[in-house]
Write a protein that binds this ligand. Structure first.
Ligand code: FEO
Length: 171
């Protein structure tokens, strides 16, 4: 049985993952509008992934005899300055998610709640991967600067990444 504190924290995390999914969806839409099809595909895939994160916690809470709450989701921004600005925002949001995961981890450890610790371990690894990925894209964008060809190539690369993910070749 989950403690009340852990249940509340996990439900907050469910809401955070749901918001992340919508945030990525908004980013994907902006990219689509700009003709950045590969980047749009990448962010659509990110949105799917965040929904999977949400569901992973959702099922966990219910399976552990807690009560998972379907969250209200605030509308994320829909206008962005550039792909670089999007990635910066995305990284900042992922860092917030990581901090929240660490807080749950800490609470679970203090309670000796090994099931939640186990779940959060998975998320700690996932967050590291996501932050590194976003940082990597930002590094490339810095190198590219205002070079249209570079942006075109990166967009293609992000599209390929999304396609590989969809084909199950990448996490
Ligand atoms: Fe599931 Fe990227 O936070």
């Amino acid at each position: 049985m989950l403690s009340e504190k852990i249940t509340t924290a996990l439900n907050q995390q469910i809401a955070m993952e749901a918001y992340a999914a919508n945030y990525y969806l908004a980013m994907a839409s902006w990219c689509d509008q700009q003709g950045l099809e590969g980047s749009a595909g990448f962010f659509y895939a990110q949105a799917e992934e965040e929904r999977e994160h949400m569901m992973k916690i959702f099922h966990f809470v219910n399976d552990a005899d807690g009560k998972a709450i379907a969250p209200a989701i605030a509308q994320p921004p829909s206008d962005f300055e550039s792909l670089a600005a999007i990635c910066k925002t995305a990284l900042g949001h992922e860092q917030k998610v990581t901090a929240a995961i660490h807080a749950i981890q800490k609470q679970a450890m203090s309670e000796g709640d090994y099931r939640t610790i186990n779940l959060m371990n998975w998320f700690v690894d996932e967050q590291l991967e996501e932050e590194n990925q976003m940082q990597g894209i930002m590094d490339k964008l810095k190198l590219i600067g205002n070079d249209g060809t570079g942006l075109y190539m990166l967009d293609k690369e992000l599209g390929a990444k999304a396609a590989a993910k969809e084909a199950g070749e990448e996490d």
